[in-house]
Design a protein around this ligand. Structure first.
Ligand code: TNX
Length: 619
């Protein structure tokens, strides 16, 4: 546990709060420019919503939202009203036929006491609506208020990604939609769906039915950590499985598209393919062997053999994948191939000689290049994990830099587009959010909210031209240690909100304290009401600390709007039954003595934070 030793002067405030009002008006991700106005717009049952493109999907989304909120339901087509006769009072205008110059995916939102106007094309209109939704304060049935403001906004990056591994644990269609809903709220636009891995194949392929019949089920799963001092070596003896039918995939793709989210499918190759081999052992370098769908975590030594027969199957699989997913990018994996199976194989040795490749690394790039060429011939582009740099990058390949920034740097210097998603930059949401022993079991690592928030995706070594190759940022949610939707949401939130700001907001505006202290508490209360789980941050102003001195002031704020802070000073672990913090507390520590202040945050829903301990010792 981190223990900062601070020397207390007279009275040491634990948290000095920015009492000034929030320049970003509570919006996450913070917009490019916000000008606050005076007063508010009052939404009433008489408010008219005027739209110039009534059939547009952003308009349909808005109509749906308004209906759910119990607000004005009818969208009035501008063409049907006589503009001369009507007054523009008490109207909300969704304007998609303006001529102003607005950046791609950008919008302008103007709220006055008379009315609201959003200008934006396509995604821009959708994001304007998202911002408006964050600003609406619901009143009684049919009424709401929105504070006056003028907002001009557009994203920093074009690729704003969130990944989900559904192989290690399967998540059903309802959960995927809930995940996509969250992405939309925070203006993310690419859902990277990790559909295959050693531990399960999750998408129906009509030409190869065994991929799901056999490959989507494993007999049992590792219990606890795979390795390290707490590894159990035990399996749970419970079957796990699941897959998406093509029909369900289509449903997800159109659900996402209605929210301006592209779905990037990943079929991970050549390694991470044990589930494929269990179904079709002839795709391996040792077809006589029996393979079973992976039951433990980590890398396996068996994977696809680069035979022409294998490529034929992969092209067929990719054809069905490309039919299901209109995405320009198809992710073909490429990570963590330890080459063991290839080193053992006479076929591979011969192929290396025949193709005049250097070694097995060369074979990996031969493999990826063939897939890339095929995907290219179908009018799409490939994305691969940064290992695809080894042995030479396939033309046009986009690199996902996960092992730090170096893959991203190397690829952009070679003129390739990159997506930054480094574990070391706080983008691995399977990593722990604090060092407390009370965090749920995770793969390890350390990715606290502030680290995610402060990630810089454009390394300084890149020149202006190379910087343009950084398409954006993605966070990954690998699910070896995440078996339930509740835990997935716990690991995702609030870090996803921080990542959205890395992707959207200009660096000059990014300010962690403004994010965490002034905007996040309201957002957490919102998503709590919407039925999401999340990690309740510790009280604002509370960190595990030891301080020495005689007089201290403890000043805290709940990390979730409407939450209570409970505390003890008797050394006991605080619960809902303990004292409620309501105002700054002054402590005087007796000579030679100490006071131990322990606190937790408990949200209105009952969700609670881990405890923090502030130990005050006399000098
Ligand atoms: C590495 S990131 C992997 C995944 C694991 C993850 C766990 C990447 C391309 N490969 O197979 O799930 O680490 O953090």
């Amino acid at each position: 546990m981190k223990k900062a030793i601070l020397i207390a002067m007279l009275a040491m405030p634990m948290g000095v709060f920015a009492q000034k009002s929030d320049p970003n008006m509570g919006i996450i991700p913070a917009p490019v420019s916000v000008t606050k106005g005076k007063g508010e717009f009052k939404f009433t049952p008489e408010t008219i919503v005027l739209v110039d493109s009534p059939n547009h999907k952003a308009v349909k989304f808005f109509a749906d939202y308004m209906r759910k909120m119990g607000l004005a339901t009818a969208m009035t087509d501008m063409q049907t009203v006589d503009k001369k006769k009507m007054s523009l009072k008490n109207t909300v205008i969704l304007n998609m036929t303006f001529t102003d110059d607005i950046r791609p995916e950008g919008y302008e939102l103007r709220i006055t006491e008379d009315g609201v106007e959003i200008k934006g094309h396509g995604a821009g209109m959708f994001y304007g609506i998202q911002t408006l939704m964050q600003m609406i304060k619901p009143g009684s049935q049919g009424y709401a208020t929105i504070p006056c403001a003028a907002i001009r906004d557009f994203p920093r990056f074009g690729y704003r990604g969130m990944h989900l591994d559904v192989s290690r644990h399967f998540f059903d269609v309802d959960f995927i939609k809930k995940y996509i809903d969250l992405m939309a709220m925070y203006k993310l636009n690419n859902f990277h769906w990790h559909l295959s891995d050693d531990q399960g194949w999750r998408v129906e392929i009509k030409k190869y039915p065994k991929l799901t019949e056999v490959g989507s089920k494993r007999a049992q799963t590792r219990v606890g950590r795979e390795s390290g001092p707490t590894a159990t070596g035990v399996f749970d003896n419970m079957p796990h499985g699941g897959f998406y039918t093509q029909e369900q995939v289509n449903e997800i793709v159109s659900y996402a598209s209605a929210r301006y989210i592209n779905v990037v499918p990943e079929i991970d190759m050549p390694a991470h393919t044990l589930a494929m081999l269990a179904a079709y052992p002839e795709l391996s370098c040792d077809p006589a062997k029996t393979y079973k769908v992976g039951e433990k975590w980590g890398s396996y030594d068996d994977f696809l053999c680069p035979t022409e027969e294998t490529f034929k199957v992969l092209y067929d699989v990719l054809n069905e994948v490309m039919d299901m997913f209109p995405s320009k990018y198809i992710h073909i994996g490429g990570d963590e191939c330890n080459k063991v199976a290839w080193k053992r194989s006479q076929f591979c040795r011969d192929l290396i000689a025949e193709q005049k490749l250097m070694n097995e690394e060369g074979l990996q790039s031969y493999f990826i290049a063939k897939l890339a060429k095929y995907v290219h011939s179908q009018g799409r582009e490939i994305i691969g994990w940064d290992e695809i740099l080894e042995g030479g990058l396939a033309p046009g390949a986009v690199v996902m830099s996960w092992r730090g920034d170096k893959g991203g740097i190397a690829a952009s210097q070679l003129g390739h587009d990159v997506i930054m998603t480094p574990g070391s930059g706080g983008m691995y949401f399977d990593h722990a959010q604090s060092k407390s022993a009370m965090e749920p079991l995770s793969i390890g690592g350390f990715a606290p909210l502030e680290k995610t928030y402060n990630y810089n995706p454009v390394p300084e070594v890149l020149n202006k031209e190379q910087q343009k190759h950084v398409l954006g940022v993605q966070a990954n949610l690998w699910t070896e240690y995440i078996a339930t939707p509740g835990k997935a949401e716990y690991m995702l939130l609030p870090r996803m909100m921080a990542m959205s700001e890395v992707n959207w907001t200009p660096v000059q505006i990014r300010d962690y304290r403004n994010f965490a202290e002034q905007r996040l508490p309201h957002h957490l209360a919102m998503i709590d009401k919407a039925g999401y789980n999340y990690r309740v941050p510790v009280a604002i102003g509370a960190t595990d600390t030891v301080m020495s001195g005689d007089k201290f002031r403890i000043e805290l704020q709940p990390s979730v709007e409407g939450a209570k802070i409970h505390y003890t000073i008797d050394g006991a672990e605080p619960t809902e039954n303990d004292l409620v913090y309501s105002a700054p507390i002054d402590f005087t520590v007796p000579d030679g003595g100490n006071i131990v202040f322990k606190s937790i945050v408990v949200a209105a829903s009952g969700k609670r934070s881990i405890p923090t301990t502030i130990r005050m010792e006399s000098k």
